[in-house]
Design a protein around this ligand. Structure first.
Ligand code: ADP
Ligand code: ASP
Ligand code: MG
Length: 467
């Protein structure tokens, strides 16, 4: 069994979906489960419409919904052969959009948008795209079974970032998905969406289809998990920042999870965990080049001569600095500080300490005011917003001398606010002003991946910048 996950750009139009169909056909003999995202941009549009509805701009919300409806209709008409199937599907899709518009109307009337309603709306993209792909696969004679992910992807009720309930998911997948696969069906299901045990729709957080694929792959103990996207694999940097980024042929699970966590959008940060637990290789591939080899992510890749494998970055970081002379020679101070972040369920990314100060970074500042109020009881608190993190990652960094020197030489003109290295030994993270992030990534990329550099795991690729 294998899992094939296709992201939004892999289904952005009829031609792209046609390629997906061919890839699935090619892998048919390996008992594939296909996990699908919404068509490119659909989730953004749905969420935007919901917010417009809440702000009272019902007209604009409906306009967005109609535009999205039209995109789905155009795809159907260009993808499928049978006129009668097209007509039926258009009717069905119109009915779905009527429901979505009703939901928007309700939101406008109440002037309130709960995360639960947001999930009900945001989940529509995946429900629509899978219905279209199911018809396309069936029309090409493939034995496809469309399974609603909400029947097995059971989560808690943390709407918009629900946590999977692994035990329940495992037993439902064993009871339903596994037998259906074994009797020769190609299973097609939605990424990103799930359901509480009471049957209310949830989502796993933005970009969550990768996570869905990994959860399903782990539950089925799949041979491999293929993540099909719009770039050649995991690259030495985001190609939108560094057009000369190169493809890595193989990297470790640890490297991939650090990269994902620190902003490489190519994988959802939680994707790797279920795969690691079952030691299932993950391959990132380009659906625009179905014959390319992609990047293989495994637990123990061969040692490489390249100390730094990739550079990731994220913006929207807040730095909180807590100073107190009471910290001097005292104990229990850090415990008090971390208890505050725990209380407000806000994860801390980086931490640096001195004898009288602690600095931490967070990327979710929704409880910032409360956090600052509570921390003020422990010391003087300073908050710096609009920061970013640049992170360099590589297993062999630990055994290579001179990396820090190269980092600081590359960033000699950049103001670095915080540095963190050590905890995982395979990453070094720097906090900078948000506006300096792109330049810093470029400087570091030029330093660690000069055009002349070669290495067995690096491959120069030509990027078609689709967006
Ligand atoms: P999908 O819709 O297939 O899930 P995403 O947009 O979520 O695709 O992720 C793919 C994008 O991730 C690429 O288009 C690229 O711009 C971005 N990206 C950021 N960092 C990296 C990296 N290190 N390697 C590859 N892609 C990256
Ligand atoms: N469609 C969802 C999103 O845009 C999930 C995904 O694409 O992974 O966030
Ligand atoms: Mg994605």
């Amino acid at each position: 069994m294998i899992v094939l996950k296709f992201g939004g750009t892999s289904v952005e139009n009829a031609a792209a979906i046609d390629t997906v169909v061919r890839i699935v056909q090619r892998e048919q003999h390996r008992q594939p489960v296909v996990v699908l995202s919404a068509i490119a941009g659909a989730t953004n549009t749905l969420i935007k419409a919901a917010h417009l509805a809440q702000e009272g701009d019902h007209e604009q919300a409906i306009r967005l919904m109609n535009g999205l409806l039209e995109r789905h209709v155009v795809i159907l008409e260009n993808l499928l052969e049978s006129r009668s199937v097209i007509q039926l599907l258009i009717l069905e899709i119109r009915r779905r959009f009527d429901e979505l518009k009703l939901l928007c109307q309700g939101i406008t009337l109440l002037g309130e948008l709960t995360n639960r309603s947001l999930d009900a709306i945001a989940s529509a993209g995946e429900r629509l795209s899978t219905q279209i792909l199911a018809e396309a696969l069936a029309e090409r004679g493939m034995p496809v079974k469309l399974v609603d992910a909400r029947s097995f992807m059971i989560t808690d009720d943390h709407y918009t970032s629900a946590a999977p309930r692994f035990g329940e998911i495992q037993s439902r997948i064993d009871a339903d998905l596994r037998p259906a696969l074994q009797s020769g069906n190609i299973i097609l299901t939605q990424g990103f969406i799930g359901s509480t045990s009471k049957g209310i729709t949830t989502t796993l957080g933005r970009g969550g289809s990768d996570y869905s694929a990994a959860i399903i792959g782990a539950a089925l103990e799949a041979e491999e998990i293929q993540i099909w996207t719009d770039v050649d694999g995991i690259l030495t940097a985001d190609p939108r920042i560094c057009p000369d980024a190169r493809k890595l042929k193989v990297i470790s699970f640890r490297e991939a999870s650090e990269l994902a966590y620190f902003g490489a959008k190519v994988l959802h940060p939680s994707t790797i965990l279920p795969a690691v637990q079952k030691n299932i290789p993950v391959i990132v591939l380009n659906s625009r080049k179905p014959d390319s080899t992609g990047t293989l992510i495994v637990s123990n890749p061969p040692k490489s001569n390249i100390p730094v494998k990739s550079i990731a970055s994220k913006k929207g970081i807040t730095v909180i600095n807590i100073q107190s002379t009471r910290m001097l020679m005292a104990y229990g101070f850090l415990e008090k500080i971390f208890a505050v972040f725990d209380k407000y369920k806000t994860p801390v990314d980086l931490v640096t300490t001195s004898e009288v100060a602690v600095s931490v970074t967070i990327d979710n500042s929704s409880c910032l005011a409360d956090i600052v109020a509570d921390l003020s009881l422990a010391g003087d608190v300073l908050v710096y917003e609009h920061k970013g993190i640049v992170c360099i990652v590589g297993e062999e960094m630990q055994s290579t001398a001179g990396i820090a020197d190269r980092v600081f030489r590359a960033l000699r003109t950049t103001n670095v606010m915080m540095i963190s290295q050590g905890a995982s030994e395979i990453n070094m993270s720097l906090v900078l002003n948000e506006e300096d992030i792109e330049a810093a990534v470029k400087y570091l990329h030029a330093e660690f991946f000069p055009v002349s550099q070669t290495g067995e795991i690096l491959e120069t690729v030509h990027h078609e910048t689709g967006r």
